[in-house]
Design a protein around this ligand. Structure first.
Ligand code: HEC
Ligand code: HEC
Length: 778
């Protein structure tokens, strides 16, 4: 049936009624966008096709190079600039959080994915002075990437939180098919250069590496890139991307493919950026994440591993002869793009590092070289001159000129590729100077006090403020990166929860310790003055660090800013494609047969909450004076604390040994999820904290939360609510839940409800007696 779809035909003659010239023997009779038809001996219009393979980016160039369009996510608009003058022509409101833009071969039409609205819009008139949205189509949750077929007839939408790609007919703006896969983030389509679409291939990396083997292992993920035929819209192959070896990674450890954020096609090869992860530890700036470019062959569907194949970028930079301290280790690769007409020259954009890396991919000499004859790297935040912080996308006009979306500064960056430097920036959208914006700038940056040599940012583990899906070996045990959208609730009541999987922190500021260890930056908590060289000694962290907020000093607000950013962090939209009746049934199971709300009730779908003002005084009070007693409503097994409000995990919980660090007793619930001996170890090999229970997580964004639990042993929600080893958790509120004849139906409905939860879902109250135990006086 699909073989006969009209938009796949391509190349048919379109008669120009007003132009019946006899062109066969009359060269030059036809216009630039026409050709002579052998059938009719008349000039016919050549359907326009894209010159390059299409790919997802936050910035795009029109086919005639006269317009540059970039998205302004916080502003709900796109900006249209004239090139090469670099003047703003128009700012077009498009909808909530535009994330990706592609332009049609007709030179006037564009498509924008709006993440917050879960919509794709068509913008017309991009060649004129007043472009406008002329059509909208609803798509799945969190559309993050777009790509077009060469003729522009088909638009592909990567729906990150819906686990699928939607194919849209661009003429009618109607979905024609959906393709299931996990968390696609960016897309690319091949372009053979002819007028047909049906010989092309859609290339779709899954953002998260697929879990293999053990968690908290440097080989624990395999990258996955899926290939689809445009003729049949069916999958024709999948490419596995293997872990980088110790040598390839450049960080002295193997590193597994993860965070496949951008993709470009050149010829019959695809090029995917990754931030490979080395979670075994020790947690150190130089041995944590490894930016890489994975290269694969479309025909034969396999990774290319020779000298011109997959490359770890840290290793290349290590060997490039750049002075220590001047190197930029490309934290958080956000885009990859080839220079038109130069098949072997690519640029990688690194959002955290504020850098662009030039690569020569030399298949003849079987090697990849970095840098150019002018310099080794393009620093977008040099000591002097214009700056482009947080670049998210790049569009290359020619070997001489390119543009960047400087997201954190809301401006357009102009790059002079002859001189290999940023030559100018032009404001694209208003740049507010509120705390949340400053916090965003700090959270996504790997420069200055935030990291040495631009190795990593907060977003290296918390992409979009969420989770990288990795279980890190931390000082307290195996710890999956929590999505930070649940740190503060987002419903009617705003609250902060106790922090960390075992409730070992009470201030966002406490994660200064992670910043210093993982990013290697000087940190943000300084003596006397902000940005000073003398940092406050945080020998201890978390609850034991007396008042991290107080320690940062009144004048320094960087951590307050990060906190403000996290307070406003939007949880991903719930799945859009769910059956509403099933979701309603699942909600009834959640609060009825499941009694989940005894722990997952209240603001943010967690009972966990901060119940005092953190600081040295309250730490002393809660640690030394105020008693914790298990409320009568709680089963005994939930919590074995019987001392103070801030205490070590009690010795009764695990082999007669109290285990630190201090935790907030009233936030802990034991649901039998402590794993086996070999899993539950700290980074130094000691016994992990957690046998006594965990801090109840928020339930936002679960479609992006797999695998689940603190150690990510539950690969799917299906596993979490059916595998025997996890059922103690599922039955913690109701002993016989999922034990009767309707278990399968209840599970299906429950999972549908869980996948629907977002900031707009009405919360369910905690029953009386279950939210007791947190006290500030005896
Ligand atoms: C190595 C990866 C990594 C990096 C880099 C990282 N984090 Fe985290 N983050 C984690 C893990 C793992 C946890 C869970 C820790 C625990 O449970 O004890 C966590 C927990 C948190 C929490 C507690 C959330 C909650 O609701 O419990 C906050 C807040 C946080 N991180 C903020 C940050 C900030 C801000 C930065 C940058 C300065 C940062 N993180 C950098 C991995 C990371
Ligand atoms: C006694 C308190 C309690 C009850 C009752 C409870 N949970 Fe939980 N839940 C927790 C704790 C604690 C964790 C974290 C455990 C861990 O990571 O080891 C958790 C984890 C989860 C997770 C995984 C979250 C993630 O990001 O990995 C989901 C989903 C979840 N619970 C849903 C439910 C549902 C649905 C129910 C009802 C059937 C339920 N819970 C009942 C305490 C509870």
């Amino acid at each position: 049936m699909l073989m006969t779809l009209p938009w796949l035909a391509g190349g048919c003659d379109v008669f120009l009624a007003d132009n019946p010239r006899q062109c066969e023997k009359n060269p030059g009779a036809c216009g630039a966008d026409e050709r002579c038809s052998r059938v009719t001996n008349a000039c016919v219009k050549v359907p326009a096709v894209l010159r390059q393979p299409s790919r997802s980016s936050t910035i795009a160039l029109s086919e005639d190079d006269s317009r540059v369009v970039m998205v302004n996510p916080e502003d709900g608009s796109i900006s249209v600039f004239r090139s090469p003058e670099d003047t703003l022509v128009a700012r077009v409101p498009v909808g909530g959080e535009p994330s990706s833009v592609v332009l049609h071969p007709d030179r006037r039409t564009g498509f924008v994915a709006n993440r917050a609205d879960a919509q794709v819009v068509r913008v017309r008139g991009l060649d004129g002075a007043a472009p406008q949205v002329d059509a909208r189509v609803d798509v799945g949750a969190e559309p993050t990437g777009l790509a077009l077929s060469p003729s522009g007839a088909l638009l592909f939408v990567a729906e990150w939180a819906e686990d699928r790609i939607t194919v849209i007919d661009t003429e009618f703006m109607r979905p024609v098919k959906t393709l299931p896969l996990r968390a696609p983030r960016a897309l690319a389509v091949t372009n053979s250069g002819d007028l047909r679409d049906d010989d092309e291939v859609l290339v779709a990396p899954e953002f998260y590496g697929v879990p293999v083997g053990e968690e908290a292992s440097n080989r624990g993920r395999t990258g996955k890139v899926r290939l689809y035929s445009l003729a049949t819209l069916a999958e024709i192959g999948a490419v596995d991307l293997s872990p980088l070896s110790i040598i390839e990674s450049g960080i002295g450890a193997e590193a597994a493919a993860n965070q496949l954020a951008a993709v470009a096609v050149q010829g019959r090869r695809f090029h995917v950026t990754a931030l490979a992860a080395s979670p075994e530890g020790p947690l150190s700036a130089t041995q944590m994440v490894a930016p890489a470019l994975y290269i694969g062959e479309i025909d034969g569907a396999k990774e290319v591993q020779d000298g011109a194949g997959t490359v770890g970028l840290v290793d290349k930079i290590n060997n490039a002869g750049i002075a220590a301290g001047k190197r930029l280790f490309l934290a958080d690769p956000s885009d990859v793009v080839f220079v038109p007409g130069k098949a072997d020259v690519a640029y990688i954009v690194a959002r955290g590092a504020d850098a662009v890396q030039r690569l020569e991919i030399d298949q003849v000499r079987d090697e990849i070289r970095i840098g150019s004859t002018v310099n080794k790297q393009i620093d977008l935040r040099p000591d002097a001159g214009p700056a482009c912080p947080g670049p998210t996308g790049m569009a290359v006009v020619s070997p001489e000129r390119a543009y960047l979306n400087c997201w954190l500064d809301r401006s357009l960056g102009v790059v002079d590729l002859r001189l290999q430097r940023l030559s100018a920036v032009v404001r694209s959208a208003e740049l507010p100077q509120d705390p949340a914006q400053r916090g965003r700038q700090a959270f996504y940056s790997a420069r200055g006090a935030l990291s040495t040599e631009a190795r990593s940012s907060c977003a290296s583990c918390h992409p979009d403020g969420l989770s990288d899906g990795i279980t890190w070996s931390f000082p307290t045990g195996p710890r999956q990166t929590p999505a930070l959208d649940g740190t503060f609730s987002h419903g009617q009541v705003r609250k902060q929860r106790a922090l960390g999987w075992t409730a070992t922190a009470d201030e966002v500021h406490d994660f200064e310790s992670v910043l210093r260890a993982a990013s290697g930056g000087a940190g943000l908590i300084m003596k006397d003055r902000c940005g000073g060289a003398q940092r406050v000694d945080l020998a201890q962290s978390g609850l034991e660090a007396p008042g991290a907020r107080e320690s940062q000093g009144a004048a320094c607000t960087s951590w307050n800013d990060i906190e403000a950013y996290l307070q406003g962090l939007r949880p991903p939209r719930g799945r859009r494609g769910l059956d509403p009746a099933l979701v309603a049934a699942g909600r009834a199971v959640f609060e009825g047969k499941g009694q989940c709300q005894v722990c997952h009730g209240g603001a943010g779908f967690t009972v966990s909450r901060l119940f005092y003002t953190p600081g040295a005084a309250s730490t002393a009070l809660l640690r030394d004076t105020v008693d914790f007693r298990r409320p009568a409503a709680w089963p005994e097994s939930w919590n074995l604390h019987n001392g103070k409000q801030m205490a070590l995990q009690p010795k009764e919980a695990d082999g007669g040994q109290a285990i630190g660090p201090l935790q907030l007793a009233c936030a802990i619930r034991n649901v039998g999820t402590f794993g086996e001996l070999f899993i539950e170890r700290t980074v130094t090999g000691g016994r992990a904290q957690g046998r006594g229970g965990y801090n109840v997580p928020a339930l936002y964004g679960l479609s992006l939360g797999a695998p689940y639990l603190h150690h990510r042993q539950a690969r799917t929600l299906e596993d979490l609510f059916s595998r025997e080893e996890f059922l103690a958790h599922g039955r913690a509120g109701a002993a016989n839940f999922l034990g009767d004849a309707s278990a399968a139906a209840d599970r299906r409905a429950l999972i549908a409800f869980l996948l629907s939860i977002d900031a707009g879902t009405s919360e369910i109250g905690v029953p009386a007696g279950f939210d007791e135990g947190c006290k500030t006086s005896n």
